[in-house]
Design a protein around this ligand. Sequence first.
Ligand SMILES: Nc1ncnc2c1ncn2[C@@H]1O[C@H](COP(=O)(O)OP(=O)(O)OP(=O)(O)O)[C@@H](O)[C@H]1O
Ligand SMILES: [Mg+2]
Length: 231
Amino acid sequence: MLKIDELQVNYGGIEAVKGITFQVPEREIVTLIGANGAGKSTTLRAIAGLVKPAAGRIHLQGDDITALSPDRIVSKGITLVPEGRHVFPDLTVLENLKIGAYLRHDDLEDDIKWVYDLFPRLKERSWQAAGTLSGGEQQMLAVGRALMSRPKIMMMDEPSLGLAPLVVKGIFEIIKEINKQGVTILLIEQNANMALHIADTAYVLETGRLTISGSGRELLSNEAVKKAYLG
Ligand SMILES: Nc1ncnc2c1ncn2[C@@H]1O[C@H](COP(=O)(O)OP(=O)(O)OP(=O)(O)O)[C@@H](O)[C@H]1O
Ligand SMILES: [Mg+2]
């Protein structure tokens, strides 16, 4: 569904992503794992159109979407749940959800219901200011807001960051459920153990290059992966 060919991204003189090629098949959960600074966020930001690649192509269902504007990319069906959530703190939960649908002009009722069914906690807190939600609830809201664009592919940048283990478990359960409902997932994580457990396909990114790939299960039992990422 999503094809990344020889993607290269530079910041000034620094090559953050050095020509990576990988695919995200429809309805799969694909994960990129890697250490700090490996280029994981940069890869997602390039796909989302937030940074311009120096080289390479990105295709969605055969369409070249390389360097379309971020809005166009959302309209085509790719959404990003950014690292650190970035909810609008002074707006309510419901207002934040509606912002996720700002490119749509149809009825939102069904989708708000969909998000509230996935996250009953958000429904209870519909009128609460997003800035007063707990970290886990803000992550739920960030995911819910992304779903409001009705994505084909949801990209997630370290959803587990800073959350307690039990909350992380809940977030991963929800990712699986959203995937089961037909949304393709591209997940990046430092919590390699959790990510590999739910991934159909996984890649290791090391200083801007993909070094290892396989099924989630294969990488869980790969000695190099165990040593470097599964402590
Ligand atoms: N806006 C920027 N300007 C300059 N350099 C940047 C910028 N954003 C990222 N970089 C650099 O690009 C490299 C890759 O960063 P990136 O954020 O993609 O890594 P990451 O794998 O997401 O790391 P982390 O796990 O810490 O989030 C790093 O060396 C980083 O310092
Ligand atoms: Mg990052």
